[in-house]
Design a protein around this ligand. Structure first.
Ligand code: NAD
Ligand code: ZN
Length: 252
């Protein structure tokens, strides 16, 4: 599967003439960094039964199960480094071609690649937050503590419930981040939706907002999405190589 050169040149032209281009990324941009996505075979959901937020809040057993799962996937995230796709997006922001990145990802790889403006709709797995007092901690020492003791560590500050700073099923999205992401999507004249199956709402509604306000939509994803009928261009090819081709076309 290779991306069509003609399509990449067309997208490069759109990017060249746009004033408010925004990228929207999902788990697919990080599979080339070795982090499995959710819905592909072998993805996270084929292994785990997710813990819902209400259960996490109310049941000690659920908190333990949540921590067990997070500690199992921890090393995949910890070892991952940004790939070419993340780097190209960071470069486009630095050179004024892209306003920023709205992401569903929790891996922090956009920031590690140098992206400055990242709206994390689902939070970050690189930090742990106290749900009772709001204190924040680095993930690594607490993950080690859980592994050694097999007990969910209490918040150092207040003794409260600690959870990775990601959004669980049944947990509200961060209001301010969502508000800003919606505003950026509305004013975007070009939206690049990259590596997302675009089935989770409200996140998947953001590219729709761009289309509704008259902007162009480009979808780069290996498989079909429900928003394909709205797209001005669709590329079904590996993300790293596609973004490189667009980058090359921009340079010409
Ligand atoms: P998803 O798993 O639903 O969709 C990923 C899409 O990317 C799939 O349609 C797949 O075909 C495509 N894809 C995978 N690798 C690709 C590649 N190299 N080139 C082109 N296409 C590729 O992911 P989603 O839409 O982001 O939704 C899943 C949810 O899971 C998100 O809400 C996110 O918070 C969470 N999640 C995050 C991570 C991460 O942070 N890296 C990983 C897994 C899940
Ligand atoms: Zn606390």
């Amino acid at each position: 599967m290779t991306s069509s050169n003609h399509e990449c040149r067309r997208i490069a032209e759109w990017l060249g003439e746009s004033r408010n281009a925004v990228a929207f990324t999902g788990a697919g941009i990080s599979t080339e960094s070795g982090i499995p996505d959710f819905r592909s075979p072998g993805g996270v959901w084929s292994k785990y039964q997710p813990v819902y937020f209400d259960d996490f809040m109310s049941r000690a057993e659920s908190r333990h199960e949540y921590w067990r799962q997070k500690c199992e996937s921890h090393d995949d995230f910890a070892a991952a480094t940004p790939n070419h796709g993340h780097e190209v997006l960071a470069n486009w922001e630095a050179t004024g071609r892209l306003v920023g990145v709205i992401t569903q990802n929790i891996d922090g790889l956009h920031q590690r690649a140098g992206s400055q403006r990242v709206w994390e709709l689902h939070g970050t797995t690189r930090e742990i937050a106290c749900l009772d007092c709001g204190a924040r901690f680095a993930d690594e020492p607490l993950v080690q503590l859980f592994r050694e003791s097999d007990k969910v560590p209490p918040c150092e500050a207040c003794g409260g419930r600690l959870k990775h700073a990601t959004i669980s099923f049944g947990q509200a999205l961060p209001v301010e981040v969502l508000r800003e992401a919606m505003a950026a999507s509305r004013v975007a004249d070009l939206m690049l939706a990259i590596g997302s199956s675009l089935v989770v709402t409200p996140a998947a509604d953001l590219p729709r907002l761009t289309v509704q306000s008259g902007g162009r939509l480009v979808i780069i994803n290996a498989t079909e999405t429900p928003l394909d009928p709205l797209a001005d261009a669709i590329i079904r090819a590996p993300i790293g190589e596609t973004l490189s081709q667009i980058q090359d076309a921009l340079g010409r």
